[in-house]
Ligand binder design. Structure first.
Ligand code: PLP
Length: 370
């Protein structure tokens, strides 16, 4: 698939202080995640009555905002995350950016924010990745992480949807999430906090969801865990997500492998990685199910041996195996705390596709440059 978006809608104003090739190379030797940013960003303003204005690609840097800007008070802010990958032929392709553009608008609608035409979202990505293509790393597991966001910028303290917004796209080179190889995490099941309730904002990628999650994440760390596992807000027994990732469970029975992920109830974030893995699992000959699953099932099915693995998935880390579970419901381990074969297989399959090392016939890779 090739990006057909009309990128003339973005005015290009190159930075006059872009990093030298030497400085860039130094920064990119150990980029980590979300710590360094490329030379440019794209900014598109919105005004009620006028709609979206001219997009501008400009030098990356601080933005001026009125201290009364409503995002700073009432939190009208949403974001997305997707990746661009260097391909073997030297071109650069993004993984399912159209899906991110669509989800951005689902989030916008929930937060009473204006929808951004998908063409603008994609044109901004094309402009930024083209301009900053030297910042796209090449090794498997590495990528350029794209971070689109929208914030309410009107200076007004009345509680109502803002009349002005800013769409911003920035980019950050991302190293391999697990430089020393994939390492399973230990998780804490939260009984004290919930991430999302029915009728709330769980399905939207809004900034406030993350703000509300941090205290639970802190508690998990206090319990010696890496991540928090969220339960449903009503019954406090159905597993929903792990931190900012979706979660999968693997069953092995009578020679058949089944992957199970909690169904989308409105309180879960509909992950694009989750959706992709459901399809890839079926293509690999596994069964794939979306259904409710309880903490008691997790513990009992591990004890009986029917369940053999659990892993989380999302754009940033792709697949993160769960090694150990701690909770007030007891502690248990999966696959002796090691990465299981199904998580490893799905991870390799998805990464090979993203890096253009295997055939991709879903139309998931959108060529941006080259
Ligand atoms: C972004 C996100 C995910 C993962 O979505 P992907 O599209 O796979 O990156 C899962 N859960 C939450 C809460 C998220 O914010």
């Amino acid at each position: 698939m090739s990006l057909t978006a009309n990128d003339t809608s973005i005015e290009i104003r190159p930075s006059n202080h872009a990093a030298t090739p030497e400085a860039r190379a130094k920064l990119m030797t150990n980029p980590g995640f979300g710590r360094i940013f490329t030379d440019h960003m794209v900014v598109v303003p919105y005004k009620e009555g006028e709609g979206w204005g001219k997009g501008v690609l400009q030098a990356y840097g601080p933005i001026a905002m009125d201290p009364a800007a409503s995002v700073l008070h009432y939190g009208q802010g949403i974001f997305e995350g997707f990746k661009a990958f260097k391909q073997p032929d030297g071109s650069i392709a993004c993984f399912r950016p159209e899906a991110n553009a669509r989800r951005f608008n689902t989030s916008a609608a929930r937060m009473a924010m204006p929808e951004l035409p998908e063409e603008i979202f994609l044109a901004a990505a094309k402009a930024l990745i083209t301009q900053d293509q030297a910042w796209v790393p090449g090794a498997v597991g590495e990528s350029l992480y794209l971070r689109p966001l929208m914030i309410a910028t009107e200076a007004a303290l009345g509680v109502r949807p803002s009349n002005e917004y800013l769409f911003i796209l920035l980019a950050s080179p991302a190293g391999a999430y697990f430089p020393a190889g994939v390492k399973p995490v230990t998780v804490w099941i939260s009984d004290d906090y919930v991430r999302a309730a029915p009728g709330g904002t769980g399905f939207a990628k809004c900034a406030g969801n993350y703000a509300a999650s941090l205290v639970a994440q802190k508690q998990a760390q206090g319990e010696g865990c890496d991540q928090v596992v969220w339960l449903d807000a009503v019954h406090r027994k159905y597993i929903e997500e792990m931190g900012g990732m979706n979660i999968f469970f693997v069953y092995q029975e009578q020679g058949e492998t089944t992957v199970v992920t909690p169904e989308l109830t409105g309180t879960l974030l509909p992950g694009i990685t989750r959706n992709s893995l459901l399809q890839l699992a079926r293509e690999l000959g596994f069964k794939a199910e979306e259904r409710k699953i309880t903490v008691d099932e997790w513990r009992a099915d591990i004890a009986s041996g029917r369940m053999t693995e659990a892993f989380a998935c999302g754009t940033a880390a792709v697949i993160t195996p769960v090694g150990h579970v701690k909770s007030r419901h007891g502690n248990w381990s999966m696959n002796k705390g090691e990465t299981g074969p199904v998580a490893a297989k799905l991870r390799e399959t998805l990464l090979n596709m993203q890096h253009g090392l295997s055939k991709e016939n879903h139309g998931w890779m959108t060529k941006i440059v080259g």
